[in-house]
Design a protein around this ligand. Structure first.
Ligand SMILES: Cc1cc2nc3c(=O)[nH]c(=O)nc-3n(C[C@H](O)[C@H](O)[C@H](O)COP(=O)(O)OP(=O)(O)OC[C@H]3O[C@@H](n4cnc5c(N)ncnc54)[C@H](O)[C@@H]3O)c2cc1C
Length: 796
């Protein structure tokens, strides 16, 4: 076996082979794949081979679309067959909410260029005749759905990779991975040792064990999964004899997926009484064996399937496939550079290898070869989970995700599993005040506060929810008096050292503040994409506090560490600085009552260290609500004391707590965009208007400068704008298509209801050439095209 390589991919399932192929495709040929047995020796050989584009996350759906289109390319390159059957598929809806969800998906597909279609019961009967349409109200038809031969496809990836110069070493088990001080890796195997610049963990069922060799915990868990293949089904045989093929049918109500297999059918289930497999680790001697058949576990699912697909009941069972495959807590893959590690990459927890494997391979290869992926892949970035994650979180979340695989996902939904793993000292106080909690990055965050007698649960809905009245109340309290909330769900970094300013000047595109001031700045990638939207506070020369999105803290930390310089110390203090925000016309009076510092002397964007009550605090005059307001940071040990001080001082002004629902309504009035909606690596600063915070005057070659300069000279084709929507009972969430002159020419990034202005608001990216003061458009919300007009001025 060779002894050196640029990249060692560990694992020869569909994902490892796809990564290997894409590395060669992008020009890295000194790459090797190490497989402990034959290729496809993990989950891959069990797979039913189905593929589809449907995914709640738009970027994941796009990568699934890429994967499906790739198979033809693979066949052409290699001359091998992937056993492709592009038969199309329907996803059924038997209730209004699910139908709403499919209609909303279809709307997203419009601007993505996917030719899906909503079809009614009669059409379903024609397209998928084995379906009993009793109770079915419609379906989403996707012509791209289909299935393939899992083994043939994996070998086609492998052959294409070999043709690009890659080596594949089978029967080569990785036993240990040891990092050298220069960041490269010694990998010992049963066939000898190999020195690699990079490691990719694509070890599927054994990804946890391979990760542990480098001291990494990968939050994933295998689940048992079962599908049944029938003997010949006369209805299917008749279709085949007439030269046809039966399409796929996803039946979320029955938690099943069904397709033609030979002259019979194949049906698999995501059953409620599901079972994790090998919770404490995958045995090394697990190989090509199946798990014992377990009809008890899927008894209810089978009974439902007999009603939906009566032909099944008459068919004999030919074989049962019962095997394990891995899931991350939210069901999306874990991809990218592992935070805190050098040269260690993840391509794990891919639960739908044949829908997602191509996109995962492309993304990882772009990241390794070009330094960053082409699009926003946060939904599958391994940095979306933090160091706080343990099996105590992973196991219940994976079970929940499996059980909800076919559930309706609502935009306002908060899921119950593994809650309360991270709380601040305010949790009990806010609970006693009626907080209805949500979760962000494992942290409990109040969404809104109920009054006595109101239900303390927000009903999941695509339409305006029962949080409406409480949200309105909180918005009014802020706008007309003063509101208070916690600043726990901002990330906070402390940057110190002699070179702190120089380094920040290179990493951030905006102007850096003087001591005692703060500034807002975008952070750009080398390709000029928006990778951060930061508040930078200069506490004193050589000492800065950065605040940004709490959920992106590992993503940002990884970037900072990748771009670190000597003379700079970076600390993630997100959970070591906490405190409150008070906002509204009475905020200054409340703060003044708690401190000897003269508050009226504090100007907008000032940063002041002061004692508030008995607590040392860092106070900033800024508020995301758009009001006159203050962010007050303190040591969490002192947070309760600070709370008592502020709450007591707020009482004469009827100060009210407010939650995230109100915050997201308030920001609309000022046209403030939000991270991962308006501002994400899918967009540039010039597209979203954040270029107004870029300092082109500063004499620094900040990261992304050349692209930002180019966009300054020639503005990008699309532009972020804000619309007032003539909405009914549902507001824009994200990705709704925007029709201009009857054509889909843009899409929404986010939206909501402004309780202050009493208007439904949508942010959207539209062609710059279409923007004029009188621009009137239509936005499709839950299947209805609603008129909308451009707003020229903020509403506050
Ligand atoms: C019953 C069932 C039905 C399914 N149906 C579908 C479907 O219809 N569509 C779909 O898209 N997906 C389906 N899946 C899921 C699909 O199988 C997985 O998404 C996919 O196989 C994951 O591939 P992988 O390469 O990540 O992992 P794996 O296939 O598990 O591959 C990992 C590889 O790494 C190797 N390895 C591990 N440790 C080492 C080591 N130390 N040294 C060297 N090599 C190592 C293993 O031998 C193995 O070959 C199904 C799964 C099951 C169980």
């Amino acid at each position: 076996m060779q002894t050196t390589t640029r990249v060692a991919v560990i694992g020869g399932g569909v994902v490892g082979c796809s990564v290997l192929y894409h590395l060669t495709k992008l020009g890295w040929s000194d790459v090797i794949l190490l497989e402990r047995s034959e290729l496809t020796s993990g989950s891959t050989w069990h797979a039913a081979g189905g593929f589809h584009t449907l995914n709640g996350d738009t970027n994941m759906a796009a990568l699934q679309g890429y994967t499906i289109k790739l198979y033809k390319e693979l066949e052409e390159i290699t001359g091998m067959s992937c056993g492709l059957h592009h038969v199309g598929g329907v996803t059924l809806a038997d209730n209004k909410d699910r139908f709403d969800m499919l209609v909303a998906e279809r709307a997203k597909h419009r601007y993505m260029g996917l030719e899906t279609e909503i079809v009614g019961p009669e059409e379903i009967s024609k397209i998928a005749p084995v379906t009993n349409i009793d109770g079915v109200i419609g379906a989403l038809y996707d012509p791209l759905d289909g299935h393939l031969d899992p083994s043939g496809t994996t070998h086609a990836y492998a052959k294409a990779a070999r043709m690009g110069g890659a080596t594949i070493e089978t029967h080569c088990k990785v036993l240990q991975t040891t990092q050298r001080t220069d960041g490269t890796w010694d990998i010992s195997t049963n066939k000898g040792s190999i020195h690699a610049e990079h490691i990719v963990n694509a070890a599927g069922l054994w990804a946890r064990e391979v990760g542990a060799m480098a001291g990494i915990y990968f939050p994933l868990l295998p689940m048992e999964h079962q599908y049944i293949v029938t003997e010949e089904v006369p209805e299917i045989a008749a279709i085949i004899d007439n030269g046809g093929e039966h399409p796929h049918v996803m039946d979320p109500a029955g938690e099943s997926y069904l397709r033609q297999e030979g002259r019979g059918l194949c049906i698999g289930f995501y059953e409620q009484p599901c079972r994790p497999w090998s919770v404490s680790g995958t045995p090394w001697d697990f190989g090509h064996e199946l798990l014992p058949d377990d009809f008890d576990k899927i008894e209810d699912s089978i009974a439902f399937a007999y009603k939906r697909f009566p032909a099944l009941e008459r068919a004999g069972v030919k074989s049962v496939i019962h095997g394990p495959f891995t899931f991350a807590p939210d069901g999306n893959p874990l991809v990218g550079p592992v935070p805190g590690m050098r040269n260690y990459w993840s391509a794990c927890a891919v639960m739908a290898g044949f829908s997602q494997g191509g996109g995962v391979g492309l993304t990882l290869a772009q990241w390794m070869v070009e330094g960053e992926p082409d699009r926003d892949v946060f939904a599958m970035d391994c940095a979306r989970f933090g160091k706080w994650i343990t099996p105590g979180y992973t196991v219940p979340k994976v079970i929940e995700n499996y059980q909800r695989r076919f559930s309706v996902s609502y935009p306002n939904e908060e899921l119950p599993a593994a809650r309360g793993v991270r709380r601040t000292p305010m949790y009990d106080t806010f609970t006693s005040m009626g907080a209805v909690w949500g979760a962000q990055f494992g942290l409990e965050v109040p969404n809104y506060f109920t009054k006595a007698g109101e239900p303390n649960f927000e009903a999941p809905s695509f339409r305006r929810s029962n949080a409406w009245e409480a949200t309105k109340r909180e918005v009014k309290a802020v706008r007309h008096g003063v509101g208070i909330n916690e600043v726990h769900n901002f990330s906070k970094f402390l940057v110190t050292g002699a070179n702190a300013r120089t380094w920040l000047d290179r990493v951030m595109a905006g102007r850096l503040p003087k001591p005692g001031r703060l500034s807002l700045t975008p952070m750009l990638s080398h390709k000029g994409k928006l990778i951060g939207d930061f508040t930078v506070s200069c506490i004193s020369e050589g000492k800065f506090q950065l605040t940004a999105s709490y959920g992106s803290q590992e993503y940002h930390r990884r970037w900072f560490e990748q771009n670190m310089e000597d003379g700079v110390q970076l600390e993630n203090i997100s959970d070591r600085r906490n405190g409150f925000q008070i906002a509204g016309p009475k905020a200054a009076e409340v703060l003044q009552a708690c401190t000897a510092t003269t508050i009226r002397e504090i100007k907008f964007l000032d940063v002041v260290e002061m004692v508030v009550g008995s607590t040392d605090c860092l106070v900033q005059q800024v508020s995301y609500t758009g009001d006159h307001g203050f962010e007050i940071y303190c040591d969490p040990m002192a947070q309760h004391a600070l709370w008592s001080t502020l709450w007591t001082a707020g009482a004469p002004h009827a100060m009210a707590p407010f939650g995230m629902r109100a915050m997201m309504s308030l920001r609309l009035d000022k046209f403030f965009g939000s991270w991962m909606s308006e501002f994400s690596p899918d967009y540039t600063a010039a597209e979203t208007g954040l270029d107004r915070f870029i300092s082109f005057k500063k004499n620094t070659n900040f990261i992304g400068r050349s692209i930002a300069e180019a966009e300054r000279a020639v503005p990008p084709a699309r532009q972020l704008v804000v619309f007032e929507v003539d909405a009914l009972d549902a507001d824009v969430v994200a990705y709704e298509p925007v029709f201009i002159d009857g054509e889909v020419q843009g899409f929404c990034t986010s939206g909501g209801y402004s309780h202050h202005a009493e208007k439904s608001i949508a942010f959207a990216l539209v062609p710059r050439s279409c923007v004029n003061d009188d621009l009137a458009v239509e936005i499709e919300i839950l299947g209805q095209r609603r008129p909308a007009k451009l707003l020229l001025e903020p509403l506050l």
